[in-house]
Design a protein around this ligand. Structure first.
Ligand code: BGC
Length: 256
């Protein structure tokens, strides 16, 4: 059920952190502090549920008065999680939405994390009014993608898992921000990998716009100018908050 609420809570479950805040749905802006807890090691369902509960308790919104949207780093289809790249395999084929609803004792709205970041940037940010195909990528623990055509989300695109020709690892494994940290790459070394990635996306989809989200987008000036693409590429306006804002926005519109 969607509501006419003007405020909602967004919780963004990531491979590394679980973040939440109260969101103004007219402005797409945070109305509270951003609460963050570490994603429990192994990211098993019960532990993730407990961490989400902790975020809601800290925000003081554990009751069901304010609508709640939850974003998750996996394929989400009809409330079920169908993949698990940076979380426990227990989520594969798991009735995750029903699990959270039962565990939290309230209705939630539930979708993929990159898709909701796409929704946030289309409604309130960098992709507002963008015509044609926008591909938003989140560069974090993994690479998430949202494809939006004339502002309409095509959900569960999973383009971080594109295979590289003749290579064993997918693009996420070598070009996510976590790969830069893990391998202590400098900006130029990382940008060279991003160049391959975005060039491949550009060849496959001929997009009109790339939007780059994830926490590292606050350092966009360190790496976006190093990329040479025909497609415009710009940072997400809501950076690492796009997941929270988009999750909250799920409560008032189509999840796609
Ligand atoms: C997952 C996606 C997710 C992305 C960002 C990938 O590993 O497969 O579903 O959107 O990470 O969290």
């Amino acid at each position: 059920m969607t509501t006419k609420a003007t405020r909602a809570v967004g919780v963004d479950i990531g491979g590394t952190g679980i973040k939440g805040a109260l969101v103004d749905l007219a402005e797409g802006a945070l109305l509270s502090d951003r609460i963050k807890v570490a994603t429990p090691r192994g990211a098993e369902p019960d532990d993730v549920l407990a961490a989400v509960r902790q975020v809601l308790d800290t925000l003081g919104v554990a009751d069901a008065e304010v609508p709640l949207g939850v974003a998750f780093p996996a394929i989400v289809k009809h409330g079920k999680t169908l993949s698990a790249a940076n979380v426990s395999d227990a989520w594969i084929g798991f009735e995750a939405e029903a699990f959270f609803e039962k565990g939290l004792g309230r209705e939630i709205h539930f979708a993929n994390d990159a898709d909701v970041a796409g929704i946030a940037e289309v409604r309130y940010g960098a992709a507002r009014g963008a015509q044609g195909l926008t591909i938003l990528t989140t560069l974090g623990t993994g690479i998430g993608t949202a494809m939006l055509y004339d502002g309409v989300l095509i959900p569960n695109s999973e383009l971080g898992h594109l295979q590289r020709a003749g290579k064993r690892k997918d693009f996420e494994a070598v070009a996510a921000y976590s790969a830069m940290e893990r391998e202590s790459l400098d900006w130029a070394q990382w940008a060279a990998r991003l160049q391959d990635y975005y060039q491949h996306l550009q060849f496959l989809f001929s997009p009109d716009l790339f939007v780059v989200g994830g926490g590292v987008s606050k350092h966009a000036d360190q790496f976006l100018p190093l990329l040479q693409l025909d497609t415009p590429i710009i940072p997400a306006v809501h950076r690492n908050n796009a997941g929270i804002i988009g999750a909250a926005a799920l409560t008032v519109g189509d999840a796609g």
